[in-house]
Ligand binder design. Structure first.
Ligand code: G4P
Length: 528
């Protein structure tokens, strides 16, 4: 098969949602359709359970699972589907943001009763900024929820999307009768004792066909006809180009738990979702079908065995063919590395592969060479952008609690930061180290892992920081910048790349600083 054929076959995407909307359930049902698993319950729930025995145990359990579910691949209708797992817990949101740099499209799951929730808003905003094509799946139609039109309005308003339904529910909750599939022009009835059985779809090119009543009854048929009329009137016709350009988002309805509406979603997905796309590097746009391999690291997973401190770096292949035992250039280190046992993922299993193609994810064993965002190529010096750090929301000083182990502590902190667990800032004034995280849970993770994997102990000290902003200025000699550095000396730090960061102690002081120094730009992500 040619590389172009391999590329055309691939669909690499992520499922995002607010916790509990049904991401895990949907993932599992997609795998069932792909024949990748035999029974429901096989996909482990990669989320922090409420009220778990101990947070550490829970974190370790979660880490164990997240390796297994990092990439779930299967074949469906001749397409190789790669689902990249995104943690639902908000304390791990940064992990999800980074994973979004490696997907070519996403499916957003929304709970029909809860509508658009906070986490969904944040994640969709990132997708919109990056123009990632989005399909919306409204889940749990077997339960009472919001009116379909109200929900579509909410999705448009809160998520800033322009939607077009490709399926439409017939009733809801107790009265849920099924779904009219606008995309395939058929009806899927929700039947059976426990409403679990799916009958074959019944073709209905025209819902005005009086036969419809025999299936769903007179009242439901009437309502459906009216609603569909409204759908055709109000929403734009589906247009693949617009979807791919992130200007139009198709919506499906269903119930993942009941396996309902999932096949329709998948059938449409494989047809419309993009195959691996070209990616911008700092040098040029790189096309997937170029001969030479290139890829970037979007996730690093530490080994669960503390005795072997090796890690698995997850690389998304952007162009060319990745081959086993072939030397590739690690651009940041300007060093050639080769990999004797690259892992590919299939269903929930890892296996060693000889070749991987654009869109695929390979896991490379690493002894400390990789950081998130690193680029690997066949020799060309280029760097992929788009794996930025976001301004953390929590800040604490980190102190060494065991002076005999300062070397171990330094190493541990460095490696955990490379993995992207949190961000390290070093104060200009006195060299004190500050750990910034997205969620409070990460502090426990760091403390626990430093102790168990590196034999080092740390303690934290509170620190009042509202936001970290990356500082950009055109001319470093600008008197305004010099004044800023002098006045704000106490609040200046360096990130791991030695970039200048302003640690604002309140939103008010940030605002005042921005006003006072108009020539300086303050960024909330590390890439600008
Ligand atoms: P998440 O990964 O997005 O966090 O959600 P997950 O799939 O774990 O689903 C959250 C809860 O919603 C689960 O129930 C799940 O069974 C339920 N659920 C998912 N899809 C549907 C659906 O279509 N209809 C209904 N009625 N429920 C659905 P749970 O009780 O929290 O967990 P579990 O004990 O069933 O695993």
């Amino acid at each position: 098969m040619s590389i172009q054929q391999e590329i055309d076959k691939r669909r690499t995407f992520g499922i995002i949602s607010h916790p509990d909307a049904g991401k895990t359930t949907l993932t599992e049902k997609l795998l069932l359709f792909g024949g990748a698993i035999q029974e429901a319950g096989a996909v482990k729930n990669n989320k922090i359970k409420k009220g778990a025995t101990s947070d550490f145990m829970e974190i370790e359990r979660q880490r164990g699972i997240s390796v297994a579910t990092s990439v779930l691949a299967f074949i469906y209708k001749d397409k190789k589907i790669n689902i990249l797992d995104t943690p639902g817990h908000k304390d791990f949101a940064e992990d999800t943001f980074r994973t979004l740099s490696a997907v070519d499209s996403v499916i957003v799951v929304i709970d029909v009763a809860k509508g658009v929730e906070e986490q969904t808003e944040k994640l969709v905003e990132v997708c919109r900024m990056r123009k990632i094509p989005i399909i919306v799946f409204i889940n749990k139609l077997d339960r009472e929820g919001k009116d379909a039109f109200d929900l579509l309005d909410e999705v448009e308003q809160k998520l800033g999307l322009r939607v077009t339904p490709l399926s439409f529910p017939i009733g809801m909750g107790y009265d849920f009768k099924g779904i009219y599939n606008i995309w395939e022009k058929n009806i899927n009835l929700f039947t059976g004792e426990n409403k679990q059985t799916i009958s074959e779809a019944i073709h209905f090119e025209d819902v005005n066909n009086p036969e419809l009543e025999n299936y769903i009854g007179e009242t439901a048929a009437e309502t459906l006809r009216e609603e569909l009329e409204l759908v055709y009137e109000v929403y734009p016709e589906f247009n693949r180009e617009a979807y791919l350009n992130s200007e139009l988002q198709p919506v499906f309805f269903g119930s993942a738990l009941n396996n309902f509406g999932v096949r329709e979603l998948l059938n449409c997905f494989v047809e419309i979702a993009p195959s691996p796309l070209p990616k911008m590097s700092d040098e040029r746009l790189v096309e997937p079908n170029e001969n030479k391999f290139s890829g970037f690291v979007f996730k690093i997973h530490a080994n669960m065995d503390p005795k072997h401190r090796d890690r698995l770096a997850f690389i998304k292949i952007v162009s060319g063919v990745f081959k086993r035992n072939t030397p590739y250039l690690h651009v940041r280190l300007d060093k050639k590395l080769k990999f004797s046992s690259p892992n590919a993922f299939f269903a929930e299993k890892k296996q060693i592969v000889d070749e991987s193609f654009p869109g695929d994810i390979v896991g490379l064993h690493d002894t400390g060479n990789f950081k998130i965002g690193d680029t690997l190529t066949a020799g060309e010096k280029l760097n992929y952008k788009g794996v930025p750090s976001f301004s953390p929301e929590h800040f604490r000083y980190i102190n060494n609690a065991d002076p005999m182990k300062s070397k171990q502590l330094r190493k541990g902190i460095n490696q955990l930061m490379d993995e992207g667990v949190a961000q390290l800032f070093t104060l200009d004034l006195n060299g004190r180290q500050i750990i910034g995280t997205v969620g409070a849970l990460q502090y426990e993770v760091i403390q626990y892992r430093l102790e168990h994997e590196y034999g080092a102990k740390c303690s934290y000290e509170n620190l009042n920081v509202h936001k970290a902003c990356w500082v950009e200025v055109e001319n470093e000699k600008d008197p305004e910048f010099l004044d800023f550095k002098r006045v704000k000396q106490k609040f200046l730090a360096r990130d791991k790349e030695n970039k200048l960061v302003f640690l604002a102690d309140s939103s008010f002081s940030l605002q005042m600083t921005q006003q006072k120094y108009p020539n300086i730009k303050f960024h909330f992500t590390s890439e600008f």
